[in-house]
Structure formats: C-alpha cells, structure tokens
Design a protein around this ligand. Structure first.
Ligand code: CIR
Length: 262
C-alpha cells in the first residue's frame, strides 16, 4: 500500500492577491513583490503537477491577505477533511472559504468548532499525527481535533512549537515514512525520538519547511548544504524560489493542501 503521509492524488493552492503585501509577519523585512510571488507560485504548482497530481489553483481572496497559505485552513486525512479554526483573527474566515472546495471532493468534512488550530502546526506521519501548541494553536483546538481523528483511528500526540517559531512545521518536514527533516533546535526537544532525523545545515534552518509530495521533495532554493545532504540521502530534490512567501513567514508546505479524496 502507498504511504498515506506523502502519496497524494490532489493538491489545492490559492494565488496570492494584491493584498498579500499586507500579510502577517513577525519581522517586517519589506513587503513581498507580487509579480515575483506569482512567478514562484506558478513554479510551485508546476512542481506538484510534475508528480502526476491534479492541482487546483483557486482565485486570490483579496479580503484575506494571507489566504494563499491554504495549509492553515484544513487538515486532509485519508478518512476525511477537517476545517481548522485559525488562531490569527485576520485569518479565521479563510477556513470557511476553503470548506466548499473540500466538500466537492470529500464525502466526509468535519469542522473544528472550539479553540484554535492552524494546519501549519500539524505534521502527519505514517504512524501518528503530531500537533504543536503555539501562538496559533491552543489546547482546546487540539482536544477538538483529537476527538475527530480518534474516530478515524489516528493516534495524536501533542508537542510544543518552539517559542518564537510561527508553526511546528516551520521547523520540520516529513521526508518519508520514518524520516523527518528538522532544525536541531526542534529535534533537541525529543519530539522525534524513534524517527530518523536529518538536520538542516547550520545557518540553513529556514529550509526546514519542505514537502515530500509523491516522488519529490520540494524545498526552498538557496540552501545548498541542506540540499546536498538530502540529495546524498537519496531524495529527489526540487528547489523552488520562496523569497516572497518567506517575507510573510511562509514556507512551501503552507502553500498547499495535499490529499487523496475519499
Ligand atoms: C501567517 O502569519 O499566518 C502567514 N503570514 C504565514 C502562514 C504560514 N503558514 C504555515 O506555516 N503553514
């Protein structure tokens, strides 16, 4: 059977709109350039499609500057999809905007109704779902998610997103059923005990957010030592420009929902 944690037939993305220049950011290092962002986004969609997946590109949602970061709006599992409740007040409405698109593809769509939780804090591996408590994801949201995923037979483990880090997956990614790419900082917490862990190279922590999508590992361009490490470990690497999303603390996983509808 194909590994459900990184083998997918579909992905949903959303184009950044003009309002993306107002997107949330921890530190202001300048607004993203829309033309460059759109160019990177098109390359990203092409890379997902190159693996054989069907990829939807939704129209920009101008009232929501961060709406291109669709990962935060839902969790897609083999048994159904779950609409999140983003902890950033300006992003709360994005989740309901995603619901009709998932309703069209899934027979089973549930919704988080209490607390807060964003998809960027959730790492699904072959054996469990890890959820990082963060400034965007609280214990009530995690409890609500636990109730839903337990019905579907999943084991969920609550972990901690490091202080000052936006999301759990800002600092880690799944590379295969047993292997995680992680910053040394996050790995030092012990949350990946029992997994093989590959560390981002020193000074390249910003590339910890990558995606294993079917046969490829998509990672941001500009991190040569980590790319070489992953190449030597046998992964098929695709490097994609991510400079504009990074100005808004966004990595490659944030830009898509990846799933096989049921
Ligand atoms: C935010 O602060 O919500 C956006 N500017 C970035 C969201 C990145 N999403 C993700 O890591 N899953």
């Amino acid at each position: 059977m194909s590994p459900v944690s990184h083998t997918f037939t579909h992905a949903i993305t959303r184009c950044p709109g003009n309002s993306v220049t107002d997107g949330l950011r921890d530190t202001d290092i300048g607004a993203p350039d829309l033309a460059t962002f759109l160019d990177h986004h098109a390359t990203y969609v092409a890379a997902l499609r190159a693996t054989g997946a069907t990829v939807s590109v939704l129209d920009a949602l101008e009232p929501y500057p961060d709406a291109c970061f669709v990962e935060d709006t839902a969790l897609c599992l083999p048994q159904g999809a779950i609409i999140m409740r983003p902890g950033a007040p300006t992003r709360l409405g994005e989740a309901l905007e995603m619901k009709p698109h998932l309703d069209a593809l899934y027979s089973n769509v549930e919704t988080i109704t209490s607390g807060y939780i964003e998809g960027g804090d959730i790492l699904v591996t072959e054996r469990e779902i890890l959820v990082g408590l963060s400034a965007r994801t609280d214990a009530t949201g995690v409890a609500n998610l636990t109730d839903i995923t337990a019905k579907w037979g999943h084991k969920l483990r609550t972990v901690q997103t490091p202080p000052g880090v936006l999301h759990f997956k800002t600092d880690c990614s799944l590379l295969d059923a047993d292997t995680i790419l992680s910053t040394e900082l996050l790995d030092a917490s012990g949350c990946f005990d029992g997994y093989n862990v590959i560390h981002t190279s020193p000074g390249e922590e910003a590339c910890a957010n990558a995606i294993r999508f079917n046969g490829s590992v998509l990672m941001p361009a500009g991190f040569p030592r980590t790319a070489e490490k992953l190449d030597k470990a046998g992964y098929d690497i695709t490097q994609i420009g991510n400079s504009e999303a990074a100005k808004l603390d966004g990595g490659l996983s944030c830009l898509s929902l990846r799933f096989t509808p049921c």
